[in-house]
Every structure is written in structure tokens, then in C-alpha cells.
Write a protein that binds this ligand. Structure first.
Ligand SMILES: NC(=O)C1=CN([C@@H]2O[C@H](COP(=O)(O)OP(=O)(O)OC[C@H]3O[C@@H](n4cnc5c(N)ncnc54)[C@H](O)[C@@H]3O)[C@@H](O)[C@H]2O)[C@@H](O)CC1
Ligand SMILES: Nc1ncnc2c1ncn2[C@@H]1O[C@H](COP(=O)(O)OP(=O)(O)O)[C@@H](O)[C@H]1O
Ligand SMILES: [K+]
Length: 536
């Protein structure tokens, strides 16, 4: 699991070591990790260190100090290093070390801005150490002008050096991933002590490139993370496996209220997602025309046009492919949401939610749907997240806000899919490929999460190892679904040499991904019944 922290959490964890006079030791460790990452990257690219030009953009604080110490180390290895001092001053000891090592420093001024921007754009390596966790707001003033000029020079002259962000791309908010001003996008972010939450949430995640965490000795002082990312070890532990004496009802039945005469395909794709994700049985409720199509495409599904109350299930999925005019389906969706069972509420169910929900209700909006939901809940006049762009500019805050206002678990779909419960645990999964942005892909995801909810029952124990409160399991389940969906999408594309995929293709890829991920677990996966079948 990747654990990510707010800037404040990391700074608090540094406190005891700073109080013990270890500030310079921490900085040396950070700088060393940064320099080593640069060397590893250059070697991986088949580039020589000797003579390669490095420009470090160094702010006046400790982030700039890290960058200057790292550049001093690289100068000692024969790299040609220039420091651009962006804040009118620099960390004195780090600057002295840099100059001693043979580095060359330039002050950023009105006159030097253009030539320094051109030099930065041409450099083989750029270390962005303007601002770190001490930033207030985005880049401003001459530092902002420099980054804009570098971006412009790269656009026009095509510089292709790689950019390494020191701790986080300067101007990205460590807590939220927001970026109020210009940002130099990094190929690699080397972050210290623990990943920053803003590196796992867009737009910060988009600017960060690959994220590499360098331990500096503060780790034992870190609290519970602000944001988690499940990796293979956790996924394999959390994937349900049928017990030897399982029967279809004990494995979990998912009721699906989805699709409409206008969008019948959504019902089919949701069913396919659910069937691929290990559920014991799917019951479909909807108009006869849609049920007919579902039967033809998925003969495993039991269809009816009955009422929610007449169907015994362990979880519901409602809303995919439904519009505001589908009154009968919407009435079923409301009944399902109020049943007290775990529910995925997707697409068309989102505008028709009851006012107070609980974390066992998982909402699955994309950014546009989340904006509409928040606009309704906050009131149009006060809405901070009134449109898709506003949500995309602050995804982590938006998803947390929606969880807080609704009381539900909220999953915001996107390149980094975020999941949050009210006032608590949050996850970020970025396992997919942009090819997943294809019609019907969200319906498959809703089916997958529905199937996981149906299999999870009320079990709490399997999630304890994640170190969260009990409600956090709803977020973990949703994150597990997003991860499966993302990995399956990537596998489906890889099987076509990286080419496009269809939503149906994603569903088809899920069982094999499930099998592969489960095989990684040797601790015995999640067992609902007492007689478990060992994994082979
Ligand atoms: N505390 C420590 O001893 C350690 C800190 N570390 C590094 O130090 C960084 C944090 O250092 P600082 O607290 O000095 O803060 P920064 O280096 O992030 O920011 C420095 C200063 O920039 C100014 N500033 C803030 N917002 C600005 C903006 N929007 N535009 C222009 N200037 C702005 C402020 O005066 C601020 O104090 C971390 O990100 C990490 O890289 C690491 O070296 C590990 C140890
Ligand atoms: N750029 C992207 N990179 C990776 N995954 C993406 C990207 N854009 C969208 N996705 C994923 O694709 C799915 C799209 O869902 P959604 O927008 O609901 O599609 P639809 O409504 O057509 O079913 C989500 O799982 C989302 O996380
Ligand atoms: K930085």
C-alpha cells in the first residue's frame, strides 16, 4: 500500500527530529535520495553523468536547500550544474556546499529570466526545488514567470530533458493536489518521508509523474495516512474467494436496477461487470424490453419487472443508464437505497438521492456528475464545485466534500479514481489506462463494485489490517473495484498491443486479472464461510 500524508502531517512528524537538532541530517538524507534518483534515471536512459547539464531551480526555503545539496552531490559526480535562485536568497549552508562542489549560481531577475529559462529548457536534467510543503498557494511573481517561460521555451524549442520534482512539483498543494498557478510537470517526483496526498490526487497526480518515496527517518512519527493506494499485496488479500461449501446464495446475490428503454446497454454492461467479479447470482429488475436484452446477452442473470422488496439480495446496484423520466426504475432505485443493504448508486440515481445517506451507500459519479451533485447540495450560489472543471481542479477536496454532505462513500472516477467516506479514510487508485474513457466503462465498474459489496456482507475483519475504522471498509471495497477495473482495462489494452478497448472487453478481462492477483496472496484470502479452499 502507498500511504500518503498531508504536508502538515509530514511537518509534524519532522518536529521531534528537528527539535533534536537533526534538521541538517534530514535534509542530507533527502538530498542524497534525490541525487541518487537522478543518477538512476540517467543510467536507465543510457546517459552519461559526466558533462550532462543539470539546472536546479532553488527557492529560498528548505525545499531549495534539498535541491542545492542534491545538485552539489551531482556536481561532485562531474555533472555541469547551474542553480537558479528564484527567491532572492537561498538556504545558506546548501548554497555554500553547492558552490564548493563547483556549481554555478545565478539570481533570477528581470534581466536573467529569459536566458535562464532558455538554459533550463535545454538542460538534460531539471530539478524543481522552488517550493515544497511550506508553499502557501501556487507559484507567484518571478518564480511563476520563470516556469511559464520554461514551458514556453520547451514548447517552441522542444527541450526534452527530464524534470525531477523535489518533494512535490512546486506550486502543487501537498494536501489536495490543487495547483493555483503554473507548474512545471515532472517526469519523476522524489518525495521525502512519505508520499504527499497531493501527489495521488489530480491535478497534482498529473504533474507529479512517477512518485518515488525516500525514507528520511521520520516514518515512525507519521500518523494514519490521509490517503491510501491499494497495491497488489492488499488487493490479493481483499479479493473474496469462495469457500469449499459455498453455494450461490452464500456467495452473494446482487440486485441490479439499471438501464432504460433509451439506454438498455448500460444494464447489460453492469450485469457483465458483476458476473465477471465473482458474485453468486445477479437479479435484474427493469422494463421487459431491457430484461429481454439482458437475458439474451447474459443468460446467467435472473430477470423480472418486480419490486425491490420482493427480491432477496445482499446488495444493490442502481442508476446506470437511467434518466429522469424513468419513473418506475427511479422508484426502485429509491427503495433499494432505503433498504439498508449496501448499494452502489450510479449515474441516473445520483440526482434522485435521499437527503441523508450512510457509508454503506457508494456513489460513483464522474466529475460532471459530482459537480451537479455538489451544486444541488451546496446551493447554486455557494457552490465551489459548480462545474466539471472546478471538480477536476480539486478532485480530493470535491470528493471529501461530497462524502461529508451526503454521508455516503463517494467514488470519483478519473485517471486517479478517488474514494472517500465522511470525515475519514480515503483511497486513490490509478491502475488504469486512458483507453478506459470509453462509453459503458463506468457501467462495468458499477457492476464490479456491486458484486464486491454483495460478497462482502457485513464482514469487517478482512479490512482490519489496513488500519482503518470499520466504515473505511466501504471505501476499501470501492477502491478494490476501481483497481480491478483499472488493471483489467490495462490488460485488455496490452493484449491488443496497447490499442483501444471496449467496455465489454474490460469485463471480459476481469476474471483472469482476479485469478492473477489472487495468486499473489499466500496468507489465505478473505473467507466468508468457515470451510475455506486453499489457493493453488
Ligand atoms: N523541515 C526539515 O528539516 C526538512 C524539510 N525538507 C524540505 O523542506 C521543504 C519545506 O521547506 P520550507 O518549510 O522551508 O518551505 P518551502 O521550501 O516549501 O517554502 C519556502 C518559503 O517560500 C515562501 N513561499 C511560500 N509560498 C510561496 C509562494 N506561493 N510563492 C513564493 N514563495 C512562497 C515562504 O516564505 C516559505 O517559507 C519540504 O518540502 C522538503 O523539501 C526536507 O529537507 C526534509 C527535512
Ligand atoms: N484518462 C483516464 N485514465 C484512466 N481511466 C480513466 C480515464 N478517464 C476515465 N477513466 C475511467 O473510465 C471509467 C469511465 O466511467 P464513466 O465516465 O462513468 O463512463 P460511462 O458513463 O461511459 O460508463 C471510469 O472507471 C474512469 O475512472
Ligand atoms: K519542489
Amino acid at each position: 500500500m502507498i500511504s500518503a500524508y498531508s504536508g502538515t502531517q509530514v511537518r509534524a512528524a519532522e518536529e521531534p527530529l528537528l527539535a533534536a537538532g537533526l534538521g541538517d541530517v534530514l535534509m542530507q538524507r533527502a538530498a542524497h535520495g534525490l541525487a541518487n534518483a537522478v543518477i538512476t534515471e540517467l543510467r536507465a536512459r543510457g546517459r552519461r553523468l559526466y558533462g550532462t547539464r543539470v539546472v536546479v531551480l532553488a527557492g529560498k526555503g528548505n525545499n531549495g536547500g534539498d535541491g542545492l545539496y542534491a545538485a552539489a552531490f551531482l556536481a561532485g559526480r562531474g555533472m555541469r550544474t547551474t542553480a537558479v535562485l528564484t527567491g532572492g536568497a537561498a538556504h545558506p549552508a546548501a548554497l555554500a556546499a553547492f558552490l564548493r562542489a563547483g556549481g554555478h549560481a545565478e539570481e533570477l531577475t528581470g534581466e536573467t529570466l529569459k536566458p535562464l529559462a532558455a538554459e533550463t529548457a535545454r538542460a538534460g536534467v531539471v530539478i524543481d526545488a522552488i517550493l515544497g510543503t511550506g508553499a502557501k498557494g501556487g507559484l507567484r511573481g518571478s518564480a511563476a514567470a520563470l516556469v511559464e517561460a520554461v514551458l514556453e521555451a520547451r514548447r517552441t524549442d522542444g527541450g526534452n530533458g527530464f524534470v525531477v520534482a523535489c518533494d512535490l512539483p512546486s506550486g502543487v498543494n501537498a494536501d489536495s493536489g490543487e495547483a493555483a498557478g503554473p507548474v512545471l510537470p515532472a517526469d519523476l517526483t522524489v518525495t521525502f518521508g512519505g508520499a504527499k496526498a497531493g501527489l495521488l490526487a489530480d491535478p497534482g497526480a498529473d504533474h507529479a509523474g512517477r512518485v518515488h518515496v525516500v525514507p528520511i527517518g521520520i516514518e515512525e512519527h507519521l500518523p494514519a495516512p490521509a490517503l491510501r493506494r491499494l497495491e497488489e499485496a492488499e488487493l490479493s488479500r481483499l479479493l473474496p474467494q469462495p469457500a469449499r461449501r459455498a453455494h450461490k446464495y452464500s456467495r452473494g446475490v446482487l440486485g441490479i436496477v439499471a438501464g432504460s428503454v433509451q439506454y438498455p446497454g448500460a444494464a447489460v454492461l453492469a450485469c457483465r461487470g458483476a458476473l465477471a467479479a465473482g458474485v453468486g447470482m445477479v437479479r435484474y429488475l427493469g422494463p421487459p424490453e431491457v430484461a429481454h436484452l439482458v437475458r439474451q446477452s447474459c443468460p446467467e442473470v435472473v430477470c423480472s419487472d418486480g419490486a425491490v422488496a420482493d427480491n432477496r439480495v445482499q446488495a444493490w446496484l442502481v442508476g446506470s443508464g437511467m434518466g429522469p423520466e424513468d419513473h418506475e426504475q427511479l422508484a426502485r432505485a429509491r427503495d433499494a437505497i432505503q433498504s439498508g443493504l449496501p448499494v452502489v448508486a450510479d449515474a441516473g440515481a445520483l440526482p434522485a438521492l435521499p437527503s441523508k445517506l450512510a457509508p454503506h451507500v457508494v456513489l460513483t459519479p464522474h466529475a460532471g456528475e459530482l459537480a451537479a451533485l455538489l451544486k444541488r447540495l451546496e446551493g447554486e450560489a455557494d457552490a465551489r464545485f459548480g462545474d466539471r472543471e472546478a471538480v477536476e481542479a480539486a478532485t480530493f477536496d470535491a470528493v471529501r466534500k461530497a462524502a461529508g454532505l451526503t454521508g455516503a462513500t463517494v467514488l470519483l472516477k478519473g485517471p486517479a479514481t478517488l474514494v472517500a467516506i465522511p470525515g475519514g479514510e480515503a483511497f486513490s487508485q490509478a491502475d488504469g489506462t486512458p483507453w478506459l474513457a470509453t462509453a459503458g466503462s463506468g457501467d462495468v465498474l458499477a457492476g464490479v463494485i456491486g458484486a464486491l459489496l454483495a460478497q462482502a456482507g457485513s464482514a469487517v475483519e478482512p479490512y482490519r489490517f489496513l488500519g482503518m475504522g470499520d466504515d473505511g471498509r466501504w471505501a476499501a471495497l470501492a477502491a478494490l473495484g476501481a483497481a480491478l477495473h483499472g488493471i483489467a482495462g490495462r490488460a485488455a489494452s496490452d493484449a491488443r498491443s496497447g490499442g483501444p478497448i471496449t467496455a465489454g472487453g474490460v469485463a471480459e478481462a476481469i476474471p483472469e486479472i482476479w485469478g492473477k492477483v489472487s495468486m499473489l496472496s499466500n496468507s489465505g484470502a478473505w473467507k466468508r464461510n468457515s470451510h475455506s479452499q486453499p489457493l493453488r
